[in-house]
Design a protein around this ligand. Structure first.
Ligand code: G1P
Ligand code: ZN
Length: 544
């Protein structure tokens, strides 16, 4: 086998977004497009030469082809060994675990997360550093800079290799270990949670649950852990078979895209507990019987009850939430007297805090929760946390959350997305908002007085790096907030996200409809940003 040096020219659109480089499959299929980005990773991460790489993806369309290309490029670039997921599949949290467990020099994860898959849909690639987490901005910036200057890439001239059966073989001078990560991941979960207690709880209460894998990567992990190890009845895991197009759906666990699952929790025959995960297994949605737990509440409930879980029986060091996530967890941290950090959107900002031991738990409103066990958010981990909690408390999901609200107050929370809007209009809207921020403080709107209005910037307390332009925050004296941001994961046009929250301390007012409670704030957001005037849209496309 020979190493080929292939001449190439830079692409001008390889800047990673909130979570890696995401584009339409057809963009990635252009000659040299994937290769250029991968070469930029090897050129900027010298430790990979002579080191170990973890490689896998969420199984979406083009995953297999990309794995073959990356394996041959890794061999040509002097990587010593690659751990590749069986069938080219690794969930994002499992990949993070493997990088840490085997002390690899990094990982390449192929995923566009919750975005749809298929020949006309999305694909993505991201690099994770040796701590197991998504590359921080200084690394993604270096990779991006390299994509603008490179003129060649290296690839081994050779045949496709078999990635479907667990085995070890040589590819050129590089060792390849095809590995089924389900067992290693399950072992980690058994160290963190009380499996015996959950199993007994299932047995003794005839607990009924559903886990919707949405035809994405978590199916095999969930089947093994929930049905085989914990004894949930067969059929508790639905849509368990991973498919390259996720069965034609958005593999996004929220009220809009997991309607089949939501219906299973409703009415007299509704199950006690339901959960779903996304394309690459890092997101989660938690439901009880006739009850939806917002991701922000889920994080707050976890923090408040952490010591009931074996992994945290010694307490938690601190918590972090992304800026748009509700402030429910802040009040728990206050009560526990541990620090609470507000970071920009995207999991990469939690890495330093976790590595430094500053925090034990973290989360985002976008259906992401996780802990110091890996450096990615982790869908099944969140499900097991809730199951362990239910087993210990012996209460329903709704009762646990309602009791939490009584103690801490309820943060009504909603996110309104305006998808596929014109990019220029989105930029104009954000620009006008920024220009008006200075004059807002002190103004009063429908009884809400503005106490701060800014363009969020973050200084990492561990390495001092500064991230600017992370979204517009308008905070009111009564604790409510309106946040505006543009998505950094889309592949078409722009998506405006409007995040709204308001705090209700009075338990007598905890059972209202969220959209009704938020109506005045929603109208205020529309007015402040002139959404209809600038984008032409008079309603969001997705509400979560
Ligand atoms: C979205 C979410 C963000 C999450 C990211 C990756 O990014 O909002 O919280 O970390 O997906 O799952 P966005 O499209 O808003 O940039
Ligand atoms: Zn994801």
């Amino acid at each position: 086998m020979t190493v080929l040096t292939v001449s190439t020219t830079p692409f001008d659109d390889q800047k990673p977004g909130t979570s890696g480089l995401r584009k339409k499959v057809r963009v990635f299929q252009q000659p040299h497009y994937l290769e250029n980005f991968v070469q930029a990773i090897f050129d900027t991460q010298p430790d990979l030469k002579g080191g170990m790489l973890v490689l896998g993806g969420d199984g979406r369309y083009y995953n297999r082809e990309a794995i073959q290309i990356i394996l041959r490029m890794a061999a040509a670039n002097g990587v010593e060994s690659v751990m590749v997921g069986k069938g080219g599949i690794l969930s994002t949290p499992a990949a993070s675990h493997l990088i840490r467990h085997f002390e690899a020099q990094g990982g390449i994860i192929l995923s566009a997360s919750h975005n749809p898959g298929g020949p006309d849909e999305d694909f993505g690639i991201k690099f994770n550093t040796p701590n197991g987490g998504p590359a921080p901005e200084k690394v993604t910036e270096a990779i991006h800079a390299r994509t603008k200057t490179l003129s060649q890439y290296l690839i081994l001239n050779g045949e496709e290799v078999d990635i479907d059966s667990p085995q070890q073989f040589q590819l050129g001078n590089m060792g390849v270990d095809v590995f089924d990560s389900v067992y290693a991941y399950a072992e980690l979960m058994q160290e963190l949670f009380d499996f015996d207690r959950i199993r007994n709880f299932f047995d003794s209460t005839h607990f009924r649950m559903r886990f919707d894998a949405m035809h994405a990567v978590t199916g095999p992990y969930a089947r093994y852990i929930l049905e085989e190890l914990l004894g949930a009845p067969p059929g508790s895991v639905i849509n368990a078979e991973p498919k390259p197009d996720f069965g034609g759906h958005h593999p996004d666990p929220n009220l809009a895209h997991a309607q089949e699952l939501v219906a299973m929790t409703q009415g007299a025959r509704g199950v006690d507990f339901a959960a779903a995960s996304d394309g690459d297994g890092d997101r989660n949605m938690i439901l009880g019987h006739d009850f939806f737990v917002t991701p922000s509440d889920s994080l707050a409930v976890m923090a408040a009850n952490a010591t009931l879980i074996p992994a945290f029986n010694g307490g938690i060091s601190g918590v972090a939430r992304s800026m748009p996530t509700s402030q429910a967890v802040d009040r728990v941290a206050d009560m526990l007297e541990v620090p609470c950090f507000e970071t920009p959107t995207g999991w990469k900002f939690f890495g330093n805090l976790l590595d430094a031991g500053e925090i034990s738990l973290c989360g985002e409103e976008s259906f992401g929760t996780g802990s110091n066990h890996v450096r990615e958010k982790d869908g099944l981990w969140a499900v097991l946390f809730w199951l362990n909690l239910l087993a210990v408390k012996g209460q329903s999901v709704a009762d646990i959350v309602r009791a939490h609200w009584r103690k801490y107050g309820r943060n009504y929370y909603t996110r309104h997305d305006y998808e596929g809007i014109d990019k220029a209009a989105a930029d104009k809207l954000m620009k006008q908002l920024k220009e008006g921020l200075g004059s807002l403080v002190g103004d009063e709107f429908n009884g809400h007085r503005v106490s701060y209005a800014d363009d969020f910037a973050y200084t990492d307390p561990v390495d001092g790096s500064v991230s600017k332009n992370q979204g517009i925050r308008i905070g009111f004296k009564d604790g409510s907030r309106i946040i505006f941001r543009l998505s950094g994961t889309g592949t078409e046009g722009a998506t405006l996200r409007v995040y709204l929250e308001s705090l209700e301390p009075d338990p007598a007012k905890h059972n209202q409809d969220t959209q009704a409670v938020m109506r005045p704030l929603i109208e205020l957001a529309e007015m402040l940003a002139n959404i209809k005037g600038i984008t032409g849209r008079d309603a969001p496309t997705v509400i979560t």
